[in-house]
Ligand binder design. Sequence first.
Ligand code: 3PG
Ligand code: MG
Length: 398
Amino acid sequence: MTHKTLDDLDLAGRRVLVRVDINVPVRDDRVTDTTRIEAIRPTVLEILEKGGQPILLAHFGRPGGKVVPELTLGRLIDPLAGVLGVPVQFSPDCIGAMAQRAVERLAPGNVLLLENTRFHPGEESNDPAFAAALAELGQAYVNDAFSAAHRAHASTEGLAHLLPAAAGRLMQAELAALAEVLTDPQRPVIAVIGGAKVSSKLELLGNLIDRVDQIVIGGGMANTFLAARGIDVGKSLCEHGLAGTARAIMARAEAVGCELVLPRDVVVAREFRAGAASAVVAADACPPDAMILDTGPASVEDIKARFAAARTLVWNGPLGAFEIEPFNAGTDAAALAAAELTQAGRLCSVAGGGDTVAALNASGAAARFSYVSTAGGAFLEWLEGKTLPGVAALEAAA
Ligand code: 3PG
Ligand code: MG
């Protein structure tokens, strides 16, 4: 299965509808992280260089099919122009006469940004009439929004069937990185799966067990596995009701020869706050009135040795409560070790998922990984082995 790329489309003199994901974090009217905007730059600039007119389609937040003024993409005009380095024009509606006029007025060398596609109910319902209204604005369609490709929406899926369609450069890079770790990886492959809850990672673990050689389990999830082994985890975050499920996962992993790696020591504290007094104890020695907030130093050494022996690493989810110091220590140390091995050419490392990227950025490790995905939910669904509708539509179109 493959898809077309910018190399296969006639771009010169064409109006190109480009689905991007600029669903960026905003606080007090300021974009606090421009990663997703930077990531679409190569595609937008290449279309301009080849004489095409980029018309950006995007969602922002979850307005639920109606106009929610706080979720206007108008606020991203300046951040976009700043990062892209070209003038950005804006249309206050993404379809209809207003959008048509904006397209006609689009100056050569400029980019047109259309208002939030999710202001129309037809976006999320993938309504053929809404998709057709979008299609009227362009002559080709480029999907560069891997991080929204798990949504079968009009601008992520429907449009691919209506216009000559191709993947943008970011979409290509995301798919290539994921193929490198799961489809056709160099072995041994090790996965780090962390985060608070096992319940949100069941499908992911189920899929990875068949594909990777080892899975390091961290974060609150690890507590559920420890408890399932009969270990008292005190007041730790733990899904006690999932003990049976955790045991079934461990049994299946053993049956297929995938090693599940649980912490051997842990950092415990009696309060969940930054700087809380903490201690390192064996994983089976959490005091009844304490909670596990990070993986311990012996576990981190073990993880580092496993990284050193692996060729490929896929990472989703932090190993501890990384958002409060000092419980970021385990995640940081392991991530920095992976970054070093990557820079030494010994490891291919790919990470993704919202919290994961925040955790790896905080330690400075992310910049030295082989690839860090811009995707949250789409990255997870891909690791779960699911077909992403946005990707499938590009393949069908090819
Ligand atoms: C994201 O931020 O993960 C993507 O933009 C998708 O957003 P959604 O979860 O609202 O579909
Ligand atoms: Mg999301």
